[in-house]
Ligand binder design. Structure first.
Ligand code: NDP
Length: 306
């Protein structure tokens, strides 16, 4: 077999996700060097052509691009900190889930180590990697991303979101925020109907199209948020504020916890108190956030290895 002409990649971390990434790089024809704390996880990959090494330092040395996918940024720090002096001229692409500030800290450490840094947010479960619906957010220097774009394409879609290195984590967490909000509402609905012995499976037939239809309003809310024009002819905040106590009192009467929804009443009350009675729900995004341009925190001071 002729040697691959594609760039070599090292993968540090062979949990469920790291293994899927390594397999995808292998299938795309890259030479893949792998390291994991528990060495046994390298076995199946070696059988597919990966090159297992005994230390993370050897993995860093083996390839110009080092992809890291560990459980947390704390773990990343634990693994990478002892490797100081080994990253000169390398590109470190960290796809571990974390916060924008953690990404910024790691970028500072990488710069001190003479490495280029890209941060990534994986929007897929391991089984989806390399499939049509998987994609990864990337942030960091554009030219560094472009230099490795083709390699990253082995994992699925590549969505570069900007030079500011915290952006990939921000996009990732913003999508997760929408997801958790939706899931929490669905769980509350099921908890409520179960108090009257309505099977959740029956109620799902009503809930799924209802939530889907409501989500159809999201682009219109987004336009209102971007334009600052929140007046609505659908349901004003005043209408919502007046109706919301019906939810909370029914939860209480039916013995369902109101802990998820009680804060919403406070937000609606504040919206009215601040003079937004005639606006639509889109106004709440303004009330929850600080608006555009807050930007990243400056120096975090917590830099890796400092
Ligand atoms: P796993 O729990 O399967 O793997 C965790 C990895 O971290 C393993 O390689 C493990 O090594 C390593 N690890 C943990 N602690 C240490 C330590 N102290 N020192 C060295 N290595 C350590 O997690 P996943 O692979 O599923 O997830 C990895 C990242 O990908 C996470 O940040 C996750 O949020 C993100 N992600 C995962 C998704 C998923 O669906 N699984 C989806 C999107 C993102 P060992 O094998 O030795 O325990």
């Amino acid at each position: 077999m002729s040697p691959s002409t594609k760039p070599a990649v090292s993968v540090i971390g062979l949990g469920m996700m790291g293994t899927a990434l390594a397999v995808a790089f292998l299938r795309a024809g890259h030479q893949v060097t792998v390291w994991n704390r528990s060495a046994a996880k390298t076995g199946p990959l070696a059988a597919q052509g990966a090159l297992p090494v005994d230390t993370a330092a050897e993995a860093v040395a083996a390839s110009p691009l080092v992809v890291v996918c560990l459980s947390t940024y704390d773990t990343v720090r634990t693994v990478l900190e002892p490797l100081t002096g080994r990253f000169t001229g390398k590109t470190l692409a960290n796809l571990t889930n974390g916060t924008p500030d953690q990404a910024r800290d790691l970028a500072v450490w990488s710069a001190k180590e003479g490495a280029d840094y890209l941060d990534g947010g994986i929007m897929a479960v391991p089984q989806m990697i390399a499939g049509p619906h998987a994609y990864v957010f990337y942030s960091g220097p554009r030219e560094v991303f472009e230099a490795h774009r083709e390699t990253f394409a082995a994992l699925g879609g590549t969505r570069y979101v900007g030079e500011e290195v915290g952006l990939a984590a921000l996009y990732d967490l913003a999508l997760l925020t929408g997801m958790y909000g939706m899931i929490m509402g669905v769980m509350q609905s099921y908890a409520l109907v179960r108090t009257e012995s309505i099977p959740a499976t029956d109620f799902a037939e009503l809930l799924v199209p209802w939530v889907g239809a409501m989500l159809g309003s999201a682009p219109a809310w987004a336009e209102a948020i971007d334009s600052g024009r929140h007046l609505t002819d659908v349901a004003s905040l005043a209408t919502n504020q007046e109706a919301f106590p019906n939810l909370l009192s029914t939860f209480a009467a039916q013995g369902v916890s109101g802990e998820l929804f009680a804060p919403v009443q406070g937000l609606l009350d504040r919206a009215i108190a601040e003079g937004h009675a005639a606006d639509g729900l889109s106004r709440l995004a303004d009330l929850l956030g600080t608006g555009p341009g807050r930007g990243p925190a400056t120096e975090s001071g917590q830099g890796l290895g400092t």
